[in-house]
Design a protein around this ligand. Structure first.
Ligand SMILES: *Cc1c(COP(=O)(O)O)cnc(C)c1O
Length: 495
């Protein structure tokens, strides 16, 4: 299987290992497999009898044909070990009749990013070897919270790599900050930036684009790479849990094999829901993909009228991992539905004007599979309360955005099919907002909220989050955004 750019100007396809090492294609596009492999009826029968790790090796192997099945199975086993994820890395919970929740937050950082970032570093290290790379990789990450911690956990002490994370010092929750500041590992660096997420992101992008800087690093035998969802190595592990969840539902007699279901995904950068779309194209019986946005509703507007318009004000919400106005992975959907030439045109308009309108024929293909709804802040809080009160199920703020979107969809579409809502974070990761939504006092401290939520609901604080409160702070530096280049150089020279 070869990989090509969504912008179609890189004329030869590259191997999966090369695509994973590079992250972004040379022409600025994103890597895509040149075709989507199908899962046959026999494949589904085989998969249904497998463990999660075996399913992961099987599905990923359809795309990463330059990796052996032994390599992929070994990586899956190490990534999704019981010690890290519990007995099932991605269990399906029945919420009520016809409504299910795919829990993707049982990993070491309590958010769904672990599903990809526990295995991606392993695929990445193999990619270095397969492409005969002699230099060390420096993974640079700008984070609004969840990605940074998950990437640090994934890359810590991985040979041949170093990882440096920049977060906005006033733009992440207290728990998220503590998670990063207490990060252990010999190859990690964490810096707070005086500025917002865009400042951190722009700084990282600037470093990526700086050729002179790349040469300086090259002299030190280092090159820069990324752990963002623009990298195919992060998307491919996300296809697995859709296949796995469907087969688990069949195996537990919740659905019959071949029965179509709808899936509702809380969406930010469009990575998770795009992985679901790939699963559908591979033959998984999914009918509609419900794209749930918070009040940064650029995607639900796009799915309503075919116009992507980022010229709007940005809202900081209680579901911060979805506070995004440019959803990078939408480019991959455009590529599949409109082709490379049109995608290039749309992306140019997005860069120049912050807005583009897709052609009617492209829009009708997209609408066949996708529908968008958005959930505002008070609906999010109400949904946390009603889901707990009426269904005895505790959900975080991001999952609540999706749960409400699924309810809106059921109201307007009379629920012909069962719905799988994707649950992307542990409620404890956003403990204060969840606690207050349930009627707790809003003067509770961010870290006190963990215990308060536990006593109020009779549920357990996940160990990785409870232990963060007692860990030693190892990274307290806060730097100006103009000092990021120096921070990179210091870190590289340090080791
Ligand atoms: C990253 C994240 C999302 C958004 O996922 P995308 O793949 O960027 O669309 C949703 N919820 C949580 C908790 C996240 O961390």
């Amino acid at each position: 299987m070869k990989f090509i750019s969504t912008r179609g100007q890189t004329n030869v396809g590259v191997s999966a290992a090369y695509a994973i090492k590079k992250g972004l294609a040379e022409d600025g596009g994103l890597y895509m497999p040149e075709s989507i492999p199908m899962l046959s009826a026999d494949d589904f029968t085989t998969l249904s009898k497998m463990t999660y790790n075996e399913r992961a090796a099987f599905v990923i192997g359809k795309f990463l044909t330059d990796y052996t099945s032994t390599e992929l199975l070994e990586d899956a086993k190490n990534a999704y070990s019981e010690e890290k994820f519990g007995i099932h890395p991605a269990p399906v919970h029945k919420v009520s009749d016809g409504l299910y929740s795919l829990e993707l937050w049982h990993g070491p950082t309590s958010a769904f990013k672990d599903m990809a970032l526990q295995i991606m570093p392993r695929l990445f290290v193999r990619a270095l070897r397969k492409t005969d790379e002699k230099r060390d990789a420096l993974i640079l990450v700008a984070t609004s919270g969840d990605t940074g911690k998950a990437a640090l956990e994934g890359y810590r002490d991985v040979p041949g790599t170093k990882i440096q994370v920049f977060y906005p010092t006033d733009g992440v929750s207290r728990v998220q900050k503590l998670q990063m500041q207490t990060q252990e590992g010999k190859n990690v660096s964490v810096k707070g930036i005086r500025g917002n997420f865009d400042d951190a992101q722009n700084g990282v992008k600037r470093i990526f684009a700086d050729e002179a800087f790349a040469n300086i690093l090259n002299d030190k035998n280092v090159f820069i790479s990324s752990a963002n969802s623009i990298n195919w190595g992060r998307l491919v592990p996300q296809i697995v849990y859709y296949v796995s969840a469907y087969l688990d539902m069949v195996n537990s007699d919740e659905i019959s094999f071949g029965e179509k279901i709808d899936v509702c995904v809380p969406t930010g950068n469009f990575g998770n829901i795009f992985a679901c779309y790939i699963a559908k194209l591979m033959g998984l019986p999914i009918e509609k993909l419900i794209c749930a946005s918070n009040v940064n509703n650029v995607l639900s507007d796009f799915l309503k009228d075919g116009v992507y318009d980022r010229n709007r004000s940005f809202h900081a919400t209680i579901s911060p991992s979805m506070d995004i106005l440019i959803s990078s992975n939408l480019e991959r959907l455009l590529f599949l539905t409109a082709g490379a030439e049109k995608t290039r045109e749309y992306m140019k308009r997005l860069a120049d004007f912050g807005r583009y309108e897709i052609d009617a024929d492209v829009f009708s293909i997209i609408k066949e599979s996708f529908i968008g709804f958005y959930t505002d802040e008070s609906e999010t809080r109400e949904t946390i309360l009603s889901t707990f009160k009426n269904k005895n199920y505790l959900i975080d703020t991001h999952t609540a955005v999706a749960m409400r979107a699924a309810e809106k969809y059921m109201d307007t579409h009379k629920a012909e099919r069962k719905i799988l809502v994707v649950s992307t974070a542990s409620p404890y990761k956003f403990a204060k907002d969840v606690y207050v939504s349930l009627g707790g006092i809003n003067t509770v401290g961010d870290t006190e909220a963990l215990g308060a939520l536990s006593s109020m609901t009779g549920t357990q604080i996940p160990t990785p989050l409870s232990s963060v409160l007692s860990k030693e702070i190892l990274h307290s530096d806060i730097i100006g955004k103009e000092a990021m280049d120096n921070a990179v150089l210091d870190f590289v020279s340090d080791q």
